[in-house]
Design a protein around this ligand. Structure first.
Ligand code: ADP
Ligand code: ASP
Ligand code: MG
Length: 418
């Protein structure tokens, strides 16, 4: 007993859909939790629904209605996680460990009332702390919360990552471990580039850019949360042992900084262009303001003015919002006397990310060269301090990712040190 107390750390472990995808895998998760518990840690587990389950539930709803009521949708999709918390607890109890499962509502994961993409406002850690003190393992349903009025809410796809980090922040945990089907964060998605390399560490800033540019390994909000509350975060495999990737909290000024740490990409966006609009104050506001007011998120924006003083604005939105955005843009076009509106949903977005870019010139040129060598046309370009993003034709996506991965020597251990 004495030994347990001396070594005790509070660890939050999150297991994703694949990691709890079958009964055998749930048993393996239980073994892993027991191991950490027996090392003397207090363990809180956050789990996703079994893989495929959330999609199956969404499919059922869509058989009844293409756009079902969002409140009822949350009641439906939150059931996936309720199944796994119970099964994980049963597997722990079979191993002689006292364990208790809780839904989001039961541990008062209080969110706003935006169904389908709710934000966590507060967590009442009291009940979990009482369990932990009594030597129990606490198992919490990921992805879900409850609003002020007691309605079930969900946090958006991939939201169990955010639950785990929020629990870790609320409990002041020593570490939040995200267990998944890869053994860490790689230089790019290993499903696209098989010789991608696992990173031992990545900074919060970089991870945030990777996540927001489409790398789905962590939900963006979980990274934001971890940064805001200084939660040490580690991505690891639930199948194989290893150190995983630490999302490092410290300011890495002292560390050697690779120019490019990783490549993120997505196929979720579509591009809209409005041509022949007046080059006058207020026009960009008229075009983009109307889109934003319809709650459509705009990502990349590029404006150009031709010799005849007519302007063109191109921007991207999520593919799911394309039809609505295009209809709105056509109305605005009539209003502004624009020449034409066109749309393209066969685009992909690729970003190279690295804090080392701050102190290196010529990174963009190196990126464009790698794409030019493959004959890939760049449609749009946008940059921030630590990333360069291009939009290209979707069918070249994998080729482009591979060309950039080798162009920046990311498979190599001394990755792109510049
Ligand atoms: P979980 O169900 O455990 O939440 P996800 O499917 O959400 O797992 O995330 C893990 C997947 O993220 C991996 O299987 C991998 O294909 C993908 N992925 C995308 N980008 C990266 C990256 N840079 N490093 C590692 N995995 C990545
Ligand atoms: N089950 C939810 C989803 O599939 C949440 C998660 O897995 O993180 O998006
Ligand atoms: Mg995930």
């Amino acid at each position: 007993m004495g030994k347990r107390i001396n070594l005790m750390s509070l660890i939050v472990q999150k297991y994703g859909g694949t990691s709890v995808g079958t009964v055998e895998r749930i048993e393996a998760v239980a073994d892993r939790v027991v191991k950490s518990y027996q090392c003397g840690n207090q363990v809180v587990v956050a789990v996703s629904a079994m893989s495929g389950e959330t999609n199956r539930l969404i499919g059922l709803a869509n058989e009844i209605n293409e756009s079902p009521d969002l409140r009822e949708m949350d009641v439906l999709v939150s059931t996936g996680e309720q199944v796994t918390i119970a099964l994980v607890c049963m597997a722990l109890q079979k191993r002689g460990i006292e364990a208790r499962s809780y839904t989001g509502g039961q541990v008062k994961i209080l969110t706003d009332n935006v169904h389908g993409k709710a934000r966590i406002k507060e967590i009442d850690a009291h009940r979990m702390q009482t369990d932990l003190k009594a030597g129990r393992v606490v198992v919490v349903a990921g992805f879900q919360g409850i609003d002020d009025e007691g309605n079930i809410t969900t946090l958006g796809r991939g939201g169990s990552d955010t639950t785990a980090v929020a629990l870790a922040a609320a409990l002041n945990a020593d570490e939040c471990q995200i267990y998944t089907d890869v053994d860490g964060v790689y230089t790019t998605d290993p499903r696209v580039v098989p010789d991608a390399r696992r990173l031992d560490q990545i900074t919060f800033e970089e991870m945030l850019e990777m996540a927001s540019q489409g790398s789905k390994i962590l939900q963006i909000r979980s990274v934001e949360f971890a940064g805001k509350y200084s939660v040490p975060l580690r991505v690891m495999s639930s199948f194989i042992e290893g150190p995983g990737t630490l999302i490092s909290l410290e300011d890495n000024d002292q560390m050697e900084q690779p120019v490019v740490s990783g490549i993120a990409f997505n196929r979720d966006e579509a591009k809209l262009t409005i041509r022949g609009i007046p080059d006058q104050p207020g026009v960009a506001y008229k075009v983009l303001g109307a889109i934003s007011q319809a709650n459509i998120e705009i990502d990349v924006i590029v404006q150009n003015v031709a010799k005849d003083n007519s302007a063109t604005i191109t921007f991207t939105v999520h593919r799911a919002a394309l039809k609505q955005a295009e209809a709105l843009l056509k109305e605005i076009a009539v209003d502004l006397g624009a020449i034409e509106v066109d749309s393209d949903d066969r685009i992909a977005k690729i970003s190279i990310v690295g804090v080392g870019m701050r102190s290196h010139a010529g990174v963009a040129a190196q990126m464009f060269e790698a794409l030019a060598n493959e004959g890939i046309n760049i449609q749009l370009i946008t940059t921030s301090e630590i990333k360069i993003t291009v939009v290209i034709e979707e069918r070249y996506l994998e080729l482009a990712v591979r060309a950039l991965h080798s162009g920046f020597n990311l498979s190599d251990d001394k990755a792109a040190e510049g």
